[in-house]
Design a protein around this ligand. Structure first.
Ligand code: DGL
Length: 269
């Protein structure tokens, strides 16, 4: 058994918290460093080359600073674009997050599946490959929404939610040809499970929402099964790559995920 180093969970913003929750359920004593790249947020409206350059460089600096046991890229946009680059650059086990097309195909009866992600994720060839491999008999209808990412961030800040916004965003899928036959939607952005209840409430009919967070947690637990985690549940750290006054409003929401210490690469909070 070895002494525990932290798990580093990474996203552009607070979306990775949806992945952190099942990780903490399986590994309650693992020290957590949660990193939100607030200086780069949002990723979904950036180009492939920006993400491919930014994410490996940032994770390299973070790996040097925290010497993590493992890194979870809890972001579909970063994973579908930069996972291979990160793995090639770092000598740390990396768990990525990719759209849960396979479980959605196992579930769908209508064989029409919606993929709701960021604009960058839904246009990736990675999604085409998942579709060809795991859902060859399904029609995949895609929609990218930066607004939905912002709505999830606003929810964690405790801001009031507008149901009409959710309906309008969902119609980006259901108004496409054959969109009325969608019975399963892949939440292909880690921010979206945080607002699953709001999406469910806004659905025009019962639709199953699917994501990969439980599988990511199981994979993380498996890859770290040799670790002797500390007996005490440690305080988690939430690190932001740029501090703004608005981040203070995340403090309570972060504490609900065990992230009781906030840090920033800029001015100290
Ligand atoms: N949470 C991220 C994802 O899973 C991206 C959100 C964003 O920065 O646009 O894709």
């Amino acid at each position: 058994m070895q002494k525990a180093r932290p798990l580093l969970v990474f996203d552009s913003g607070i979306g990775g918290l949806s992945v952190l929750r099942p990780i903490r359920a399986l590994l309650p004593a693992a020290p957590i460093v949660y990193v939100a790249d607030s200086a780069g947020y949002p990723y979904g409206t950036k180009s492939e080359s920006e993400i491919a350059a930014r994410v490996p460089a940032l994770l390299g600096r973070l790996a040097e600073r925290f010497d993590p046991e493992l890194i979870v890229i809890a972001c579909n946009t970063a994973s579908t674009i930069a996972l291979d680059h990160v793995r090639a650059a770092l000598d740390v086990p990396i768990v990525g997050t990719v759209p849960a097309v396979k479980p959605a195909a196992a579930l769908s009866e209508s064989r029409v599946i919606g993929v709701l992600g960021t604009e960058a994720t839904v246009r990736q060839a990675y999604v085409d490959r998942l579709a060809a491999e795991f859902a060859p008999d399904c029609l995949l209808i895609r929609h990218g929404s930066a607004e939905l990412v912002d709505l999830a961030e606003a929810k964690l800040r405790g801001e009031a939610q507008d149901p009409a916004g959710y309906s309008r965003i969902l119609s980006g899928l259901t108004d496409q040809p054959q969109g009325d036959q969608i019975d399963t939607i892949v939440l292909a952005c880690t921010h979206f499970p945080l607002i699953e209840r709001e999406l469910e409430a806004a659905s025009p009919r019962p639709i199953a929402f699917v994501d990969g967070k439980e599988g990511i947690a199981r994979r993380t637990a498996w890859l770290t099964r040799h670790i002797d985690w500390p007996a005490e549940r440690p305080n988690g750290i939430a690190l932001f790559t740029r501090w703004t006054a608005r981040l203070e409003r995340y403090r309570q929401g972060l504490a609900d995920y065990g992230l009781t210490l906030m840090e920033s690469a800029g001015r100290a909070p």
